[in-house]
Design a protein around this ligand. Structure first.
Ligand SMILES: Cc1cc2nc3c(=O)[nH]c(=O)nc-3n(C[C@H](O)[C@H](O)[C@H](O)COP(=O)(O)O)c2cc1C
Length: 168
């Protein structure tokens, strides 16, 4: 059975809530939740499949705990592992940096040679610019609790459904 580790910030409350929802929606095999505040570089290597989640703060930057991990990630070799990314943002108040954190994480994991999975359509979101864009898709799952919370559960369900097929 595949081991799946989800890395997220415990101190970012909404991100933590989304992480728990993803774990619940996934069911079996049970995703292990790991707080990035306590994660060490060897922890990424312990899993076959990775999920990484962060909100975007400070006009297009990652919350500080992830900021410290990014330089470490760049030195790792995660070849053969797949990574799916989710991010939280606010498209109304930050339309020029919407969920930039997804793009920053995607770039860091790709630098470590992990394969990115779980890209999603931008349909249904309105924003000007985002580092999360890969062509006409987001490089992961974008969640906007401030403006579209009624869609959060369905977005998580659909994304998790895709990941379960990938990681069967
Ligand atoms: C000071 C501040 C800066 C923010 N900057 C951005 C941003 O650049 N892009 C974005 O999409 N969201 C931005 N947001 C919105 C947050 O990402 C959003 O509120 C998210 O739900 C917070 O989740 P968290 O509690 O897990 O950190 C910002 C929020 C705050 C308070």
């Amino acid at each position: 059975m595949k081991r799946i580790g989800l890395f997220y910030g415990k101190s970012t409350i909404k991100t933590a809530t989304v992480a728990e929802k993803i774990q619940k929606a996934f069911g079996e095999p049970k995703i292990e939740l790991l707080s990035i505040e306590k994660a060490w570089q060897k922890d990424f290597g312990a899993y076959d499949c990775l999920i990484a989640g962060a909100s975007t703060w400070f006009d297009g930057e990652l919350p500080s705990y992830w900021d410290e991990i990014i330089p470490v990630l760049n030195t790792l070799n995660l070849k053969g592992k797949e990574v799916a990314i989710f991010g939280l943002g606010d498209q109304v108040n930050y339309p020029d940096n919407f969920v930039d954190g997804i793009g920053i994480l995607a770039e860091a994991f790709e630098a470590a040679e992990a394969k990115l999975v779980g890209l999603t359509s931008t349909d249904g979101y309105r924003f000007n610019q985002s580092k999360a864009l890969r062509g006409d898709q987001f490089a992961g799952l974008a969640i906007d609790i401030e403006n579209q919370d009624e869609q959060t559960d369905k977005r998580i369900r659909d994304w998790v459904g895709k990941l379960k097929k990938e990681w069967r």
